[in-house]
Design a protein around this ligand. Structure first.
Ligand code: UD1
Ligand code: CA
Length: 461
C-alpha cells in the first residue's frame, strides 16, 4: 500500500518517495517484497502522484494498481482485488509502503504462521514502549492466546485501550478468497470516514473466521514513517545497520554515526573510512582503500588500493586500482581515472579520461578530455572546452608533458610524446614528439629597476 499522500509530513512530495538510507521509502519495501515472492506477484498500490511514484521505483517487474481516490487502507485492497483475483492466489500478504525496515525473514514468518494457523487473517504485531498513533490489538480471551478480536485505531480507542502496548504493524497475511469475499463489508463509520483495513479483524470475527496475530521479536522493524521525526529515526537506524553490515564484512569505519552511507553502497574488506565521509547511491569501493574525511562520493566505482584524500567530491565517475585523489579533487560526471593515476589539489574534471599512471596534481580544469597513459599535466593547466555555444574535445596522447599554466584551446590534439612549454596557450595541434611554445617572448631591460628606484620622486600635486 503506497497510495497515501502523507499529510502529517507537510510535504508536497508523496510520503513513500521521501528518502531513508538514500532511497525512497517504498523502494526498500519493494526490494524486501521481492525477496519473498516473484516480482510479477508484487502489486504496488499507488494513488497520490501515482506517475511520479511509479517512475521513481518502476525499474522492476512489479505490477502497479492505481487507487485514484485514497479512501483508506481497506479501500486500497478493494481496488487491488480486481488485479489480484485473476491470479488464483491462496494468500495475500499486505505490506505498508511507509514502513521500510521490515525484513524478508519476518514477512516469511508471518506468512508461514498464517498458513499453519489456517486463519482468515493474520496480523503482525509488536510491543512498543510508546504505542501512540498505532492501531491497538485487542486479543480474544486470555493473554498469550494467538486469536485477535479486533484492532482499534488511536482515534477510536477508549482510554483503557490506549494503554495497550501491542500495536498493529500494518503488515498482514490474508486468506485470499476470504479477503475478496468479506472486504465489501467494510464501512466508513469512523472518525476519519475511511475504509479501515484493520476493521477486517472484527468483520472476520463476527463471521466466525479465525484472526490471529504474531508478534515480531524486533519491534524496530515495523516502525512507520508518518512524521519527519519518525523518518529521521528510521534513517539513523538504517544507516547504522548499514555500517554494521560493512564492519562485519571487514571494513573499518571510524565514528560511523558521522558517516552517511546509503543502503546500496558496496565496500571491500580492509578499506578504511574516516569520519564525516558520505558514500551515496550505487557507489562501489574496492578493498584496501582509504577514504579520508569530508569526501562525498556518489554513484562512483573505485578500484582496490585507492587513496581518496580529504574533501574529494566525486559523482558518476570511475577510478582504477592504486589511484590517488585529492585533497579537494572535484570529479564531475563522466570522469574516469586509470590505474595508478593521480588527481591532486583543486583539480576539477568532467567527461574526462585519464590513462594509467598519468598525473594532474595541482589546480587544473580537465573537461571533455581524452588523456593517455604516463601523461604529466602541469599545475594550472586548463582545457578551454567551451566557446560559449558548444563543447570541444581535447586529446592528449600517451607520454605527453604539459608544462604548468598551459591553456589548451579545444578542439586540439597533442601527439604522442609531445612537450608543451610552460605557460603556453596552445591553439593548434601539436605533432608527436614536438615541442610547442605558445607564449610571448620575454624582454629584459638591464638596470631599469635601479634607475626607477634612484630617480628623484615626483611631487604630489
Ligand atoms: C495504519 C493502520 C494502523 C497501524 C499502522 C502501522 C489502518 C486504518 N491503520 O495506520 O492500525 O498501526 O498503519 O503503521 O490501516 N494507503 C493507501 N491508500 C489509502 C490510505 C493509505 O495506499 O487510501 C497506504 C499509505 O500510503 C501507507 C499505508 O497505506 O503506505 C498505511 O497508511 P497510513 O495512513 O500511514 O496508516 P496509519 O495511520 O499509519
Ligand atoms: Ca503509517
Amino acid at each position: 500500500m503506497a497510495a497515501g499522500k502523507g499529510t502529517r509530513l507537510k510535504s508536497k512530495h508523496p510520503k513513500v518517495l521521501h528518502e531513508i538510507g538514500g532511497k525512497p521509502i517504498l523502494a526498500h519495501v519493494i526490494a524486501t517484497a521481492q525477496k519473498v515472492v516473484r516480482p510479477q506477484d508484487v502489486f504496488v498500490i499507488v494513488g497520490y502522484e501515482a506517475e511520479r511514484v511509479r517512475d521513481a521505483v518502476g525499474r522492476t517487474e512489479v505490477n502497479f494498481v492505481v487507487q485514484a481516490e485514497q479512501r483508506g487502507t481497506g479501500h486500497a485492497l478493494m481496488v487491488a482485488r480486481a488485479a489480484l483475483s485473476g491470479n488464483n492466489y491462496d494468500q495475500v500478504i499486505v505490506l505498508s509502503g511507509d514502513a521500510p525496515l521490515i525484513t524478508s525473514e519476518t514477512i516469511k514468518k508471518l506468512s508461514d504462521f498464517h498458513t499453519a494457523q489456517k486463519a482468515a487473517m493474520t496480523l503482525l504485531s509488536a510491543d512498543l514502549d510508546n504505542p501512540y498513533g498505532y492501531g491497538r490489538v485487542i486479543r480474544k480471551g486470555a493473554a498469550g492466546r494467538a486469536e485477535v478480536q479486533a484492532i482499534v485505531e488511536e482515534k477510536s480507542a477508549t482510554p483503557q485501550q490506549k494503554k495497550i502496548r501491542e500495536i498493529n504493524s500494518g503488515f498482514y497475511a490474508f486468506d485470499a478468497p476470504a479477503l475478496y469475499e468479506y472486504i465489501d463489508r467494510l464501512s466508513t463509520a469512523n472518525p476519519h470516514g475511511e475504509y479501515y483495513l484493520t476493521d477486517m479483524a472484527a468483520i472476520f470475527g463476527r463471521a466466525h473466521k479465525k484472526v490471529v496475530a504474531i508478534k515480531t521479536a524486533d519491534a524496530g522493524e515495523v516502525l512507520g514513517s508518518n512524521t519527519r521525526a519518525e523518518m529521521m529515526m528510521l534513517d539513523a537506524r538504517i544507516r547504522l545497520a548499514k555500517c554494521r553490515e560493512l564492519l562485519d564484512a571487514g571494513v573499518t569505519i571510524f565514528y560511523p554515526h558521522t558517516c552517511v552511507i546509503d543502503s546500496d553502497v558496496e565496500v571491500g574488506a580492509d578499506t578504511v573510512i574516516e569520519p564525516f565521509v558520505q558514500l551515496l547511491g550505487h557507489t562501489k569501493i574496492g578493498a584496501d582503500c582509504r577514504i579520508r574525511s569530508y569526501s562525498v562520493i556518489g554513484n562512483s566505482v573505485i578500484g582496490d588500493r585507492v587513496t581518496v584524500k580529504p574533501g574529494t567530491i566525486m559523482e558518476d565517475s570511475r577510478v582504477g586500482a592504486g589511484a590517488v585523489l585529492g585533497p579537494y579533487t572535484h570529479m564531475r560526471p563522466g570522469s574516469e581515472v586509470g590505474e595508478g593515476a593521480h588527481l591532486g589539489n583543486f583539480v576539477e574534471t568532467k567527461k574526462m579520461k585519464l590513462g594509467k599512471g598519468s598525473k594532474a596534481n595541482h589546480l587544473s580544469y580537465l573537461g571533455d578530455a581524452d588523456i593517455g597513459e604516463r601523461v604529466n599535466i602541469g599545475a594550472g593547466t586548463i582545457t578551454c572546452n567551451y566557446d560559449g555555444t558548444s563543447k570541444h574535445k581535447t586529446v592528449i596522447e600517451d607520454g605527453v608533458f604539459v608544462g604548468s599554466d598551459s591553456t589548451l584551446v579545444a578542439p586540439i590534439k597533442l601527439g604522442r610524446g609531445a612537450y608543451i612549454a610552460a605557460a603556453s596557450c596552445i591553439t593548434e595541434d601539436v605533432p608527436e614528439d614536438a615541442l610547442a611554445l605558445g607564449r610571448a617572448r620575454q624582454t629584459v631591460k638591464e638596470g631599469w629597476a635601479r634607475t626607477k628606484r634612484e630617480a628623484p620622486k615626483e611631487e604630489h600635486r
